[in-house]
Design a protein around this ligand. Structure first.
Ligand code: IPE
Ligand code: IPE
Ligand code: MG
Length: 262
């Protein structure tokens, strides 16, 4: 996709249009990963039950998925439910699962229309049969799509993923000496996908909360105070613009010694 594509979907004098013009579309992050956080705080700030924050967050998911595809991001991963999130009250967990099903039902058409491939990463076995079936149906319906890949991390834990990958590697019968980083990565849930170059976290926490631990080795991190239900295309564009100003050194010396990395 491109600038002109994006500009047809935003008002000409809007902040989004101004931000879109600052993006270098030839140097987009290949994979953007998002820790969608702050739904509970968003609700508390409005004296609403937590679940209303989750409900409002669906609009942000919709906007982020569509905007990412329009911008031309190759892979988008959204962290929707961690292995640790089972510690929450059962009513909240049930509400989250219900909202997930609602999202899938209402958005499958849009995913198909936008040529988006939907995939689940995590351990689906602990999810209910109804949720698993709907997820599998959405994966199957979008499997042939060739545009953006949209991963949803559900019952996902970074350490659990690494342990699962180790088990798969052992079961594959691969000799220990043949195991290198590239081969190991091929046993992860994200096999074949580029590592995230940009990781976004909403609502201000400076932690990774067990998300994509292997894959974020060299991701650039962008944290915003914006609560997830308020996150929109303009925030995504701000993150991409900030990403494009970073000096990614990968442990080497700077190729632009005068640049200050922000
Ligand atoms: C993110 O919002 C949604 C999930 C983790 C499922 P939170 O529910 O964590 O919101 P806060 O952090 O309590 O504000
Ligand atoms: C991370 O958010 C998990 C998801 C966004 C799904 P949490 O709100 O669960 O993380 P902590 O508890 O602040 O680390
Ligand atoms: Mg949280």
């Amino acid at each position: 996709m491109s600038l002109s594509d994006l500009l047809t979907h935003v008002a000409p004098d809007s902040p989004e249009a101004a931000l879109a013009r600052q993006v270098d579309f030839a140097r987009l992050p290949k994979h953007v990963a998002v820790i969608m956080d702050g739904n509970g705080r968003w609700a508390a700030e409005r004296h609403l039950p937590r679940v209303e924050g989750h409900r409002a967050g669906i609009e942000s998911v919709r906007d982020t998925v569509e905007s990412s595809a329009r911008i031309g991001i190759g892979v988008l991963t959204l962290y929707a439910f961690s292995v640790e999130n089972w510690k929450r009250p059962e009513t909240e967990v049930m509400a989250l699962m219900g909202l997930l099903r609602q999202y899938l039902r209402s958005e499958l058409k849009t995913l198909l229309k936008n040529n988006i491939r939907f995939t689940v990463i995590g351990q689906p076995d602990r999810l209910s049969r109804e949720v698993r079936e709907e997820l599998q149906a959405a994966e199957a319906r979008t499997a042939g799509n060739t545009g953006m890949q949209f991963n949803i991390a559900l019952n996902y834990g970074g350490r659990a993923e690494i342990v699962d990958a180790a088990k798969r590697a052992i079961r594959s019968g691969l000799p220990a000496d043949a195991l290198d980083q590239e081969t190991f990565a091929s046993f992860l849930y994200t096999a074949g996908q580029p590592d995230p170059d940009l990781m976004i976290r909403t609502s201000g926490e400076m932690r990774v909360s067990n998300f994509l631990l292997w894959q974020i080795a060299y991701a650039e991190i962008w944290v915003t105070e914006t609560r997830w239900p308020d996150f929109r295309c303009r925030h995504l564009l701000e993150a991409i613009i900030s990403f494009q100003k970073r000096d990614r050194r990968y442990g080497a010396v700077s190729s632009h010694p005068a640049t200050v990395s922000r």
